[in-house]
Ligand binder design. Structure first.
Ligand code: EPU
Length: 336
């Protein structure tokens, strides 16, 4: 399906109005081959859109926008307790999480309610409440824009990092992810170590949780902190949590004794939400743009914001955090 001069407002969770010169829906891999033979598309210089939950539109898009809507969820293989599940890139992420649990297959529960599609999940290695996509990833198929061939990527080919993968670097704009496979299990292996999960389970009065309980706890936590894009436009965390050296962290602690920090392989990860909140931005509002009142990492569109104003707000926040703490924070949202 092809539409000229299409408004993308309902196709991005920030709810920003911007026009695509042409919008093409792709429902199967073969549609991509067909597209390359369509006059006007043979240059293969396209923008690829998934669920639109990690993108900030700053103006009209003159390249064709290709929206990946490839369906399908199935159990591919079972080896003892291990189950390999395959899903089409266009499946809504949370729908896959619910489908796996309903079919007695576990491992995705901590990733409940993350907005976006299956196809986008490996690109930024989605993560929440102590689990990252890479922990449950098996492999994916991606269509090579240059050759028109499908290539399979195993975990090692993806170079997963914190909110990062090869699809943000060497493979950027070169591959279109069509299917993703996950390594899950019929035996629950609950990950309860992210502080707020145990707190939420105990306030739910659950002492022996099932995967469904963990999922429900994650849904409750997310709903209490993160705005629902159907109500207030947003793209989840706007910034990544920065990692700084242990020495730098120790010196900052002298001035800011309550600054949280989580040790990681590269140093100490500091919650950007804390830095932004302490810099005074939590709940900030100027017209239709703002900083969410319950999670300072989330920028919001209260109605008719435009992308450029949100970029300007993000720049102000970034400069203020740099001035106050000497820490540079970077967006995790893709700015188009
Ligand atoms: N904090 C504040 N003020 C705030 C927000 C956070 O002080 O306004 C501090 C608190 O110290 C809190 C800590 O930050 O204890 C961690 O907060 P939270 O659990 O909300 O997590 P986060 O680091 O702010 C990250 C992810 C989220 C993910 C949660 C839970 C990033 C960029 N964000 O947020 O992911 O849901 O952890 O695992 O890593 C997303 O990527 O869009 C996203 C929502």
């Amino acid at each position: 399906m092809m539409q000229a001069n299409a408004d993308l407002k309902t196709l991005n969770t920030f709810g920003i109005s911007a026009k695509a010169a042409v919008l093409v829906m792709v429902g199967k891999t073969a549609d991509l081959d067909e597209l390359t033979r369509t006059p006007g598309f043979e240059t293969r210089d396209w923008r690829i859109l998934g669920g639109g939950s990690n993108v900030l539109l700053t103006g009209d898009i003159h390249k064709p926008v290709v929206r990946i809507a490839i369906p399908g969820m199935k159990v591919l293989e079972t080896h003892g307790n291990e189950v390999i599940v395959e899903a089409g890139a266009g499946i809504v992420w949370h729908k896959l999480v619910m489908w796996t649990m309903k079919n007695g297959v576990f491992g995705l529960e901590n990733l409940s309610l993350i907005p976006g599609t299956v196809g986008a999940s490996p690109i930024q290695n989605i993560g929440a409440y102590g689990v990252e996509l890479k922990d449950v990833f098996h492999s994916l198929d991606a269509w090579d824009i240059r050759s028109g061939q499908t290539r399979t990527f195993a975990t090692d080919d993806c170079a997963f990092g914190y909110r990062d993968s090869v699809f943000k670097h060497d493979a950027k704009d070169r591959f279109i992810i069509t299917n993703v496979r996950f390594r899950l299990s019929t035996v629950p292996d609950l990950k309860l170590d992210y502080g707020t999960i145990r707190d939420e389970l105990s306030s739910m009065k659950i002492s022996s949780p099932t995967p469904q309980d963990v999922s429900a706890a994650v849904v409750n936590i997310r709903r209490s902190k993160l705005p629902d894009p159907a109500v207030i436009g947003n793209a989840g965390s706007f910034f990544k949590n920065p990692t700084i050296s242990q020495d730098f962290y120790d010196s900052l602690k002298a001035d800011f004794p309550e600054m949280p920090g989580y040790p990681s392989a590269e140093g100490v990860k500091v919650p950007a939400g804390w830095l932004i909140e302490r810099a005074g931005w939590k709940g900030f509002r100027d017209g239709d743009i703002g900083v969410h009142a319950k999670q300072a990492l989330v920028l919001v569109n209260y109605g008719a914001a435009n992308g450029a104003d949100l970029v300007a707000l993000a720049t102000n926040i970034r400069e203020d955090v740099m001035r106050k703490y000497g820490i540079d924070i970077h967006p995790e949202v893709n700015i188009w």
